[in-house]
Design a binder for this molecule. Structure first.
Ligand code: ADP
Length: 486
């Protein structure tokens, strides 16, 4: 198939979160299955043309309201059948960060992504390229399906092409004031409750949800949750209307990148068969480097996370004392909101010897935590997919997770399913609920034989991108069979 990806992030070019990992890995997995993929990205400052061979292939004007904006298109061949195109507009994209600076979101984010979204189909038209599907990601690309439906397909262009829109996190919506609407170039008939209007604002995310032929999100459970008021961030109504077109496909992880058998950051490498002997070496190393008592019998919980409310950080602060009393060690690596950063910096000293806090982003340390921990904690309030728990499973650290989003799809609670259990899943959102799950987990930890069986279950899980890519291909084919949405 001929697949076009439109995204605002793609590893290794530009990254703020999980979207970049998906846009970096999924195209490669699709190419490996024999398909052709073109990815279109804004040319942000982080994408240094001297590091990647790029050639300018086109130049044209994009109208934003009454203003003409010149864009230059650069192309980079990443691999056979995998080409990346960059939309260059220095005024919009040559900035320190992708979407915001210290004082908040860039005030012209509407214009920046109108420009990008208009450029995407225009590049394809000028290349005379007929994709089978255009796969758009998150609000930054939400207008693309609308331009395709309302402009191009009405002119008889890209009539067979279908659009897929993936929501990576519904909390980010790209909602702009009414004044933005005339800048998009759409007629006012598109500004209604059933189209792009969202409580008097223009919502780029809603445009993606309304005009795309097929919608996806990053786990089946999150696909259900976002149709409810609790998790729907105001978009649950439109998502319920589109329930039959909404699918959940779990993200993969790069299994070469995250492999305890070859990971250079570990004190000792191991696979499922050597785990019993070698994982304890990593645990002892982790305990030592964190000034914790080196003792294989003391359970170690690891946590690697952004320090933001979504991740259930408040419950973590609330369990430090009970953990200390129960002689359970916790290693937390994270950075994020200043509120949590100062909270943990302040209280860490009270729990020395049981709690070790690292305020930074440190991939190598994160690897040692995955390898050295017995458990991996994710008490998230919501979690579209989550990567941490998948990496932890691969490294034989059993996840203790709240039953939300992708966590519930990827972790099987041992007490619900003793055969294939690979971790501990709990309901509820209080510190007591979390402590209940930790208590259950620690009891299993005490039974060596059972514990090892669970670790083996964990390490057996296949989270490779191939599995997800095959599901996306099925969905693209399904979208192709659908009559285009009008
Ligand atoms: P989200 O994308 O919402 O932050 P995920 O669980 O999907 O959460 O992905 C988080 C990824 O970022 C994991 O690979 C995790 O190891 C990594 N990560 C998060 N915080 C840190 C940190 N402080 N240092 C190193 N890696 C981190």
């Amino acid at each position: 198939m001929r697949i076009v990806f439109a995204a605002s992030e793609m590893y290794p070019f530009a990254k703020t979160g999980g979207l970049a990992d998906v846009a970096g890995a999924l195209p490669k997995a699709l190419v490996a299955l024999g398909h052709e993929v073109k990815v279109i990205l804004p040319r942000f400052r982080s994408i240094d043309p001297s590091l990647f061979s790029m050639e300018t292939i086109d130049e044209f004007e994009v109208m934003i309201g009454q203003q003409r904006h010149r864009v230059e298109i650069k192309a980079h061949e990443m691999a056979p059948r995998l080409k990346v195109y960059f939309v260059e507009h220095p005024g919009f994209f040559d900035r320190e960060s992708l979407y915001s600076d210290g004082s908040g979101d860039y005030p012209d984010n509407d214009q920046r992504f109108i420009c990008f979204s208009k450029a995407v189909p225009e590049i394809l038209r000028r290349l005379e390229y007929q994709p089978d599907v255009i796969h758009c990601h998150d609000w930054q690309t939400g207008l693309i399906p609308a331009y395709l439906k309302c402009t191009y397909q009405k002119q008889g262009l890209f009539e067979k092409c279908r659009t897929i829109f993936t929501v990576h996190n519904l909390a980010y919506q790209g909602n702009f004031p009414l004044d933005t609407f005339p800048l998009t170039g759409f007629g006012w008939e598109e500004f209604t409750l059933h189209r792009m209007e969202f409580y008097g604002k223009v919502s780029f995310l809603k445009a993606g949800l309304v005009y795309s032929d097929v919608l996806t999100t990053v786990s089946p459970n999150y696909a259900h949750e976002i149709q409810t008021e609790e998790f729907g961030s105001g978009m649950d109504g439109i998502l319920r209307e589109r329930a039959l077109d909404l699918y959940g496909i779990v993200n993969g992880i790069d299994v070469k990148e995250w492999d305890p058998q070859t990971d250079q950051a570990l004190a000792a490498n191991y696979g499922a068969s050597t785990m019993i002997r070698k994982k304890p070496v990593n645990k002892a190393f982790l305990q030592k480097e964190n000034d914790l008592e080196v003792n294989p019998k003391i359970p170690v919980i690891g946590m690697v996370t952004r320090l933001v409310e979504q991740k259930g950080i408040d419950t973590v602060a609330a369990i430090l004392e009970p953990l200390e009393k129960a002689r359970i060690q916790l290693v937390l690596l994270g950075s994020g909101s200043s509120r949590y950063q100062s909270l943990f910096t302040k209280i860490a000293g009270q729990y020395t010897g049981h709690f070790s806090f690292h305020l930074k982003y440190d991939e190598k340390l994160s690897r040692r935590i995955y390898a050295g921990s017995d458990f991996f904690l994710m008490p998230s309030l919501f979690e579209p997919c989550g990567l941490g728990q998948m990496i932890a499973l691969r490294y034989g650290a059993l996840p203790i997770v709240r039953s939300v989003g992708g966590l519930a799809d990827t972790v099987t609670d041992y007490h619900q399913d003793s055969e294939s259990g690979n971790g501990f899943v709990y309901e509820g959102s209080t510190a007591q609920d979390l402590l209940g799950a930790i208590d259950r987990a620690v009891q299993v930890f005490g039974d060596k034989k059972l514990w090892t069986a669970l670790q083996k279950n964990a390490m057996k899980c296949d989270f490779s991108w191939k599995v997800s890519a095959e599901k996306y291909i099925e969905l693209y084919k399904h979208a192709r069979r659908k009559t285009a949405l009008r």
